[in-house]
Design a protein around this ligand. Structure first.
Ligand code: LLP
Length: 421
């Protein structure tokens, strides 16, 4: 459930009409609902309330400082994958002992930054990374708490580009070699092994791959304990999917997921950590765009919007389907018509949807792409020199621009011309 609903025929974000925000911010823009973000975080927290746990929001989904602060103030930990995300988490006031550092290619500077600023744990993904972290921590005279991310060789059954837990994927250490690598980790200076990490992919709509992976993690926990390691924390990754279309089969709920974790892992007595991103932010955000033209093509009508693939890349990149709804509710009985919904960018890939049935729309009408809160604004760019799309946060009847649209001068002003030109 989210807080983007029609009231008096107008799409609202919580208590604010979308058209009102569009009038002051201009289009396109992203709009997030605080209540939805907090609700989704709360669902995960409740789902794991049977034991010690920390929900670490995967910041990559939507990393605006305001969103990070909102969730951090509510008690969330953060899962970061770069120095930039670490800096954002700290700037939003999240203490280091609630930040976990994931990612397959951490740099020495990023390791130092996190060791200096405080870190809950590094999720280490390879032997060379293990050795580098050991060297750096030892040279700084500190101890880095670590888990090793294991690759359980489980197919998450999701889109090829976001499956991460099969043996051919670049992530984690092979679970078959985990005992040897844990032995090495225990012998290295500057490291303290505290647990195991696993993440098998994103937009999972079935719980069974989780069950398969977590069974392997449970077995590994017992084996590592028998080898003398203290395994007190299990980081189970993120990945729970969201419904992108209201008519779709609903993916499992956080409560179902929490129950599965309990069934498979509670007996081990570990602290549980999870890293959800999409389920927290996805349906908590929309991208709002305006119809520029309706163009009659040879065999179809094109709805040409002022938003483009640079603002929301998921349809072009993953063939993702986002529900598109008009900001003004169609009257009951209005007949829909098919449109190819496109942006102004100069490539045919700049297509949001083909043959999408929508109520008749005219230039100036606003439309909203639903479920755009996760991997939306964060994946935007200034391709075609279209200034970075702005972000707005709503809470009740409060509205705040949390990232303004840069002017052309600001956008161009970041470039510099070398003195010899
Ligand atoms: N933890 C790790 C280590 C991850 O790599 C990811 C996502 C997450 C947690 C959060 O997963 P989530 O709960 O959001 O599914 N850009 C793609 C999604 C990429 C996901 C990358 N990793 C998209 O737009 O679908």
């Amino acid at each position: 459930m989210d807080h983007f609903l029609y009231k008096d025929g107008q799409l609202h974000a919580e208590d604010v009409p979308i058209a009102e925000i569009a009038a002051s911010v201009g289009t396109p823009f992203y709009c997030y609902s605080s209540a939805t973000l907090l609700r989704h975080y709360g669902l995960f927290n409740d789902a794991l309330s049977w034991g010690p746990h920390l929900v670490c929001y995967a910041m990559k989904a939507a990393s605006n400082l305001a969103i990070v602060k909102l969730l951090g103030d509510a008690g969330a930990g953060m899962d970061v994958v770069s120095g930039g995300e670490y800096a954002r988490a700290k700037a939003a006031g999240v203490p280091g002992d609630r930040i976990v550092f994931s990612g397959v290619g951490k740099t020495p500077d990023e390791m130092r930054m996190a060791l200096e600023g405080g870190i809950r744990q590094f999720n280490v993904e390879s032997e060379p990374e293990l050795r580098m972290l050991s060297d750096i921590a030892a040279s700084m005279g500190v101890t880095a708490p670590i888990t090793l991310r294991v690759n359980p060789d489980v197919d998450a059954g999701t889109h090829e580009k976001i499956a991460t837990g099969r043996k051919g994927d670049k992530f984690g250490i092979p679970i078959s070699r985990a005992r040897d690598i844990y032995r090495e980790a225990a012998d290295l200076p500057g490291l303290q092994v505290i647990g195991i990490d696993v993440h098998i992919g994103s937009q999972l709509t079935d719980l069974e791959p989780y069950r398969a992976a977590y069974r392997k993690v449970a077995e590994l926990t017992e084996a590592l304990r028998a080898d003398g390691h203290s395994i007190d924390r299990l980081d189970l990754g993120g990945g729970l999917g969201i419904p992108y279309e209201t008519s779709n089969r609903q993916p499992p709920l956080p409560s179902d997921y929490g129950q599965l974790v309990r069934e498979e892992l509670e007996h081990l007595g570990c602290e549980i950590e999870i890293e959800p991103g999409r389920l927290i932010a996805g349906n908590a955000g929309i991208m709002v765009s305006k119809v520029l033209f309706v163009k009659e093509g040879e065999d179809r009508d094109f709805l040409i919007l002022d938003g483009a693939m640079n603002d929301l890349i998921r349809p072009a990149m993953y063939g993702a389907r986002h529900e598109i709804v008009p900001a003004r509710e169609a009257l009951p009985g209005t007949e829909k018509q098919p449109y190819d919904v496109v942006g102004p960018v100069c490539e045919s890939g700049d297509t949001f949807a083909k043959g999408r049935d929508l109520p008749p729309l005219c230039p100036g009408d606003l439309v909203a792409f639903r479920s755009a809160g996760a991997y939306g604004a964060v994946m935007s760019s200034e391709y075609n020199s279209r200034p970075m799309v702005p972000e707005v946060l709503v809470q009740g009847d409060h509205v705040a621009v949390i990232r303004p649209r840069p002017s052309y001068e600001e956008m161009i002003g970041r470039d510099t011309i070398p003195p010899w030109l």
